[in-house]
Design a binder for this molecule. Structure first.
Ligand code: GDP
Ligand code: MG
Length: 166
């Protein structure tokens, strides 16, 4: 099984940390400089049974700047052409404008969206449940997976879930 996976989320939710955890030290990943290429391959994760190619979705998390129509189209095409979308949020912070912006971008996308609640190491389980309640009515998520990208908690489980969409 193999396929492409888009990763989106506003700045500082832990996208790079997650990629580092998944890809290990094998790949010199990513600066956070503005993208010059349209879509950046962040890395490839290979197991005995699967290969996942992770793709960054540039420009999608910039609510302050109006995206050009072209960039918007590129972002939408990326989302449509991948097998799954990982939407990362920081579970230790309240939902904000950056998150809402992405949710609107994702509305009407037919690609399966997996909501990844990152930084669970920072919150009480009650807070986690509360956040799931907040998000689950916003979009029809295919799956909701809590993780700690920093500590590695549940990252394997997320990869297992992801594999089912390839
Ligand atoms: P990005 O902007 O989405 O790529 O976010 P980064 O991966 O750069 O992470 C932003 C900050 O959040 C860094 O200081 C990370 O160490 C921290 N961080 C990322 N994941 C976690 C997590 O699961 N738990 C905690 N406590 N911190 C995290
Ligand atoms: Mg980053």
């Amino acid at each position: 099984k193999s396929g492409f996976v888009s990763i989106i989320g506003r700045p500082n939710v832990g996208k790079s940390t997650f990629m580092n955890k998944v890809l290990g030290q094998k790949i010199a990943i990513m600066s956070d400089k503005p993208q010059t290429t349209r879509n950046k391959i962040q890395g490839v994760h290979t197991t005995e049974t699967s290969q996942m190619i992770f793709i960054d979705t540039p420009g999608i998390h910039k609510p302050k700047h109006q995206l050009g129509e072209h960039m918007m189209k590129v972002a939408r095409n990326t989302l449509r052409e991948t097998e799954a979308i990982l939407f990362l949020i920081n579970v230790s912070e309240e939902i904000g404008r950056g998150d809402e912006y992405i949710i609107e971008m994702l509305r009407n996308t037919s690609t399966p969206i997996i909501l990844v609640l990152n930084k669970i190491d920072l919150v009480h389980p009650d807070k986690l449940i509360q956040q799931i309640e907040v998000y689950k009515d916003k979009l029809p998520f295919s799956d909701i997976v809590p993780i700690s990208a920093l500590q590695g908690n549940n990252v394997d489980k997320l990869l297992e879930v992801l594999e089912t969409y390839l």
